[in-house]
Design a protein around this ligand. Sequence first.
Ligand code: 5AD
Ligand code: SF4
Length: 482
Amino acid sequence: MSDAPHVPLASLTGSADPAVGRAFSSLDPQSGLRRLAAAEDLLTPSTAGKSFHIETFGCQMNVHDSEKVAGVLLERGYSPVDDPLAADVIFYNTCSIREKAAQKVFSRLGQHRGPAGRGKIIGVLGCVAQQEGEEIFERAPWVSLVCGSASYRRLPDLLAELESGNRRVMGLDTDTDETFETEITRRDNPFRAYLTIIEGCDKACSYCVVPYTRGPERSRSSDSILREVRELASLGYSEIQLLGQTVNSYRDPSPRALSFADLLFAVAETPGIRRVRFTTSHPRDFGPDIVAAIDAHPSICDHVHLPVQSGSTSVLRRMLRTYTRDEYLEKIAMLRSARRPIAISTDIIVGFPGENANEFSETLSLLDLVQYDQIFSFKFSPRPHTPAEHMEDALSEEEKGSRLSELQERQREIQLRRNQSFAGHSFEVLVDNRGHKSGQWAGRTSSNRVVNFASPRPDLLGQYVQVRVTQAGPNSLLGDLV
Ligand code: 5AD
Ligand code: SF4
């Protein structure tokens, strides 16, 4: 994950990305139907007419994992429903990156206690499953499936066991060297396709549960990635988002041995693909070849998410981030030297154990230096099995909260200033959402800025349009269709 999010926990905090945090509800006309027809052939008497509901928490990796799990369920003959209480199979794909996220699932599970959950398959997937394991059955005995992300390849077998009457099944391996690919991933967004290229994480940041919950790094072969990209293009997807906790640590296991930058370029070259994004990058593995690829191909989006976590070298050392403040700033200088401007976003943790006032002020001064386009910021949350869990942590929650507010306020001013500088400029926007009122639309620029605009046209979803910015707020732009 870097880092996170990866686009961090967007579903918990109210993401602008319509795909994040949504349950599987509507059929995707472009990717779903053709595949669904094939899936119907596989209906078995035990699953015919049965329904499922998946709720996803956490990062885009989780969102995409849920799309793959949905594919597995469709293949077995289940159909998606909106209402979890009406579903025969209810899966929670969970996040444990911070304690609050991890607690959420238990309140959800409470809804199915007693008669409400009788006769249903209730499953916990993802990071909380991996972390809590069998204890979930003890806390919520009506749960019948617990499966971590490194074991998703076993899901069809686990489901078959439940369908044939087994009461409880579990998949908790993390030593798998395989990635989870399905023939029928059911993508939830008809224009933007997520595609995992590397799973797990081999970094060992001292605060982070991910290496523990998602297992070691394993990359997918470039042949298989590019084959899927061609297929996605033929289904009408125009934006590909390559995913990995440390996406730029990608190592092609096939004889072609493409570097990450080569792979980016090859994806961008695929006919029909107009935008390529990637998240999350780790600063240590971020080299000039990635910047060169962005410069060389207009379809590679001019946005990089490069989590820094702290602006203080001493905190970075305690976090085991493997770079100093100055080394990180060298990466920023590399990005700033690109031929076209590249938007930069980051993740920051405040209140890491032992963070003193001076160390915190170095994070504030880093914001001033870098002038990020967006930050995702979090209070440190001690996580089980991590070295930082037992580090001496003298800061009160109040102090962490006030540092977080100060940081966010500083960044708000920076973002507002940056966004205001775009007034009068025109951008190409991929329209990906309708506004609350009719005739209002929202989309994203290549640099990942959200732009709202009005148009009476009924058919803009999935279209690329030019929008001229008229007004700017800290988090979005307002414009007119050109
Ligand atoms: N406490 C607070 N924030 C964390 N993150 C990861 N682990 C923790 C933790 N224990 C943040 C990091 C990471 C993002 C996805 O979540 O900033 O990049
Ligand atoms: Fe990201 Fe570090 Fe966690 Fe790996 S260990 S997912 S690099 S924060």
